[in-house]
Design a protein around this ligand. Sequence first.
Ligand SMILES: N[C@@H](CCC(=O)N[C@@H](CS)C(=O)NCC(=O)O)C(=O)O
Length: 209
Amino acid sequence: MLKLFYAPGSCALASHIALEEAGADYELALVKTGENQQRTPEYLAINPKGRVPALQTDRGILSENPAILAYVAQTHPQARLIPEDAFAFAEIQAFNAFLCATVHPTFAHKWRPYRYADDPAAHAAMGAKVPSVLDEHFGLVEAQLSDGREWLFGDYSIADCYLHVFARWYQRPGLGTPASRPLVQAHIQRMQRRPAVARALEQEGAPIL
Ligand SMILES: N[C@@H](CCC(=O)N[C@@H](CS)C(=O)NCC(=O)O)C(=O)O
């Protein structure tokens, strides 16, 4: 059986949603990041990067949301979370790489600036820049949703699962002007109406926005 190591409110929600959408046979394992459990020897043996999510499979452990999302989609083809066409799948992978490598670290510049500099003045300067950078990122997402489509790439996909994490984080105070991205807001509402998403949110004790 699959086992997802997660922390409530974290980016592991993307993989959690995908597992629910896929109807996967899996269990959740809570990692209390508030107590730094991700740095314990036991968890570092699971994911030496000391991060969630990690997915335990019968072939070994996977980390990194984009890899987990693609794996869940490919091993549960009946859920149709990715297209069969190679180019269409690559477009989704490009979007997920953007979320993982660009959007996620922008939030980290606000919440974990000590990763990037030691000087408190540099922390403040990085934090001050985050809202405008996030508005720029979400401007690109808004454009992706702008032709009246419900989901990022036409059909619902793992890109929608992953976007939901950062779209939710973007709503927190002081992180830009999310009201200026109404299509992103509508995407949040559409996601929350999906039964699989509602189940994942409830299991994590996450609020409905
Ligand atoms: N690139 C990784 C990022 C994982 C990550 O940074 N997870 C955060 C939660 S959102 C974490 O475990 N933070 C704990 C820490 O940094 O100590 C992914 O997408 O899976």
